[in-house]
Design a protein around this ligand. Structure first.
Ligand code: FES
Length: 107
């Protein structure tokens, strides 16, 4: 499947991913700028914050209220939005083929 990462500074990258990958691992494997994933996917650093394209929010799902993911998103130094997710918490499945995410500026 294809995943599209958009970054205000680096532009757009289209990369290949497999079902079962996390969005964060796909970003790291493809040297996507702006997703350092400092904690290795443990939902503990907030450095894999992305904004899911509005057209994809329902398919990806929103952050669960009261979850660790929500705490990390609101504690991150970038703006939290209703379409914010942590890339390490997004497990890719077939319906995510073509997914578009934006990387917050300054991350
Ligand atoms: Fe650290 Fe996602 S990689 S919270």
């Amino acid at each position: 499947m294809q995943i599209i990462f958009r970054n205000a500074e680096a532009g757009e990258r289209i990369v290949m991913a497999s079902e079962g990958d996390t969005l964060m691992h796909v970003a790291l494997a493809n040297d996507i700028i702006g997703i350092p994933g400092d904690c290795g996917g443990q939902c503990a650093c907030g450095t894999c914050h992305v904004y899911v394209d509005p057209a994809w929010v329902e398919r990806v799902g929103r952050v669960e209220p009261g979850s660790t993911e929500e705490t990390m998103i609101f504690g991150a130094p970038v703006d939290a939005r209703p379409n914010s997710r942590l890339a390490c918490q997004v497990n890719l499945i077939a319906i995510h083929d073509g997914l578009i995410v934006e990387i917050p500026e300054g991350q």
